[in-house]
Design a protein around this ligand. Structure first.
Ligand code: SAH
Ligand code: MG
Length: 199
């Protein structure tokens, strides 16, 4: 397992796959343990790195993870098999915006880590599958330090992307249904919980 994790880190570096930062995955693993999370939905598997680590954080937790890129999907499948997690991690090869989950499916934790420009769409689509008391965690809200400085970015594509992340942060801050905590961990994480779920 430890070797596989190192192998995945190497692969990610070599192939420029943006896997989660150490500090952020440590936070997620602790969160899963502390809140006794049983079902996780991850949007954006890449090579399975965060999915496998989340699945390893407690005995009962299971992870369903969605990936639309075929190369990454194949790599994720291979890695799940290598660590014998076929029963704990299910990798779904599909665009998360096109997937139809069975009605009544519920997750205690939804981890959003796919296309940064689509965060709001993922949130709006998947909040209906959040179990009562569950949390939606989003990664990369600092986007390498660009967030909050989009007006100074020269590249149009990057400026638009960062603008969308800023828009998502505003959407969370002004959301009437969810309360969100923003954490200065790794590349920036948010934890959103339904207001009327709080004790
Ligand atoms: N969670 C991973 C990293 C994910 S990188 C980790 O930390 O280990 C983001 C991934 O999301 C990429 O592999 C990309 O192909 C995928 N992705 C982007 N948009 C998507 C979408 N709409 N549906 C499914 N996967 C998507
Ligand atoms: Mg990420």
């Amino acid at each position: 397992m430890k070797n596989l994790i190192l192998e995945m880190e190497e692969y990610a570096k070599e192939h420029n796959v943006p896997i989660i930062e150490k500090e952020s995955i440590a936070f997620l693993m602790k969160f899963i343990k502390q809140h006794d999370i049983k079902n996780v939905l991850e949007i954006g598997s890449a090579i399975g790195y965060s999915g496998i680590l989340m699945a390893s954080s407690s005995r009962q937790v299971k992870v369903t993870t969605i990936e639309r890129d075929e190369t990454n999907y194949m790599e994720a499948l291979k890695n799940v098999k290598k660590c014998g997690f076929e029963g704990k991690v299910t990798v779904v090869f599909q665009d998360a915006l096109e997937l139809n989950l069975a009605e009544g499916t519920e997750y205690d934790l939804i981890f959003i880590d796919a296309a940064k420009g689509q965060y709001k769409k993922f949130f709006e689509k998947y909040k209906y599958f959040l179990a009562p008391g569950g949390a939606i965690i989003t990664d990369n809200l600092k986007f390498h330090g660009y967030v909050g400085k989009s007006d100074k970015i020269e590249s149009k594509n990057l400026r638009q992307l960062v603008g969308k992340i800023e828009g998502y942060i505003d959407f969370l801050k002004t959301n009437e249904e969810f309360d969100t905590e923003f954490l200065d961990i790794g590349d920036g994480l948010s934890v959103s919980v339904r207001k009327n779920d709080e004790k």
